[in-house]
Design a protein around this ligand. Structure first.
Ligand code: UT7
Length: 332
């Protein structure tokens, strides 16, 4: 059986920088609260009319393909993780496929929110292992800012979530010592409404009504405390599961790339694992929480900064809406 390997990573973030001070002019918040409670100093929001989930993911994908030493035509499948597609239907995978000129290539959408990229990676990993595909584009991209309630009521979510895209090319590993060792996926739908967006939903007489708009039900709703409490437990569990499955010790991790939910969550996990700063990658400080895009953007930035080297043992881990949580252990 083949082993799959990440051959290239790329990312795109919108050029519109949203500072904490700017947010404090449109809602009742302040820089000190945001930095202390989330670690975020600034984030990027898309420019309407310029950025789309498709355009951002295409830019990230082209970068990943080039860094993989491949051409766009070498991609034979797309797995696209997003909960904020450009259209309600069809999914965003086909839109990216069209943008890249890959008509005919299969495209699958994954809707597992913050864990979406690891779920997508896991699906792609199975296809590479079985030999069904050779070079799969695995994408995480989101425009969250248009789903945020930017009033005082929505401030705890509005200061966190942001926009961006990341991509990885997953191909066949040509070495025993490189590639994905295992992926671990979990979910618990009992908590679906702790972080969700109810409208537009299908099970209503009409999907969108003026009443729904007035009620603001199309905004993202999050019970931050509940999510936080579950996140710290599940992150630790799912990382341990990945290490145990491969008989590895936490001290062997060269770089932990956690989903960028809140810097306090990442710091807690780091402390629990006893990892030094150089073994944990965080970029939430300047990019906020871009849901499914955080891990591929982080991989791309870490690679650019020389924080990932050939042969390094990487652990990816995520937790979010669903609740869904996941991890992956891989040699770069
Ligand atoms: O991406 C994956 C899923 N998401 C997450 O993992 C996020 C997990 N949750 C969190 O990151 C945190 O729960 C938040 C950052 C969302 C909130 O932080 P917190 O420390 O849990 O704050 P809190 O909700 O307990 O609120 C504490 C206080 C409240 O005021 P009172 O009731 O103590 O007077 C809030 O009203 O902070 C207030 N508050 C704010 N103040 C200024 C909430 N949001 C803000 C704000 N600015 N933006």
């Amino acid at each position: 059986m083949n082993r799959s390997k990440i051959k290239g990573v790329g990312h795109y973030v919108p050029d519109r920088v949203i500072s904490n001070d700017y947010l404090s002019t449109i809602m009742n918040t302040n820089n000190d609260w945001i930095v202390e409670r989330t670690g975020i100093q600034e984030r990027r929001w898309f420019t309407p009319g310029k950025d789309t989930v498709t355009s951002m993911s295409a830019a990230a994908s082209k970068m990943a393909i080039e860094r993989a030493g491949l051409e766009v035509k070498d991609i034979d499948f797309i797995v696209f993780a997003t909960i904020t597609p450009d259209y309600f239907l069809p999914g965003n995978g086909v839109l990216l496929q069209r943008e890249l000129g890959l008509q005919g290539v299969g495209a699958l959408d994954i809707r597992n929110a913050c864990s979406g990229f690891i779920y997508a990676l896991s699906v792609a990993d199975q296809y590479i292992k079985t030999g069904m595909y050779k070079n799969i584009l695995v994408v995480g991209a989101e425009i969250q800012s248009s789903a945020l309630d930017k009033s005082d009521e929505g401030r705890s979510s509005a200061v966190i979530f942001a926009d961006g895209a990341g991509a990885a090319v997953l191909g066949v590993s040509d070495s025993e010592n490189a590639g994905i060792l295992s992926t671990h996926l979990h979910a618990d739908g009992d908590y679906a409404e702790e972080l969700y967006c109810s409208d537009p939903g299908s099970s209503r007489e009409v999907r969108i009504s003026p009443e729904m708009i007035d009620a603001g039900d199309f905004f993202l709703k999050m019970n931050g405390n509940a999510v936080f409490k579950h996140a710290v437990v599940r992150f630790a569990e799912v990382i341990k599961e990945a290490l145990d499955a491969n008989q590895k010790d936490k001290s062997e991790i060269d770089l932990l790339v956690p989903h960028q939910a809140n810097l306090r969550i990442s710091n807690y996990i780091q402390q629990k694992l006893g990892l030094p700063d150089e073994k944990v990658f965080n970029n939430i400080m300047h990019l906020g929480n871009t849901t499914a895009a955080t891990i591929p953007i982080a991989l791309s930035e870490a690679w650019e900064q020389g924080r990932i080297k050939e042969g390094d043992l990487l652990c990816l881990a995520a937790f979010g809406s669903g609740f869904a949580w996941a991890s992956a252990l891989l040699y770069w």
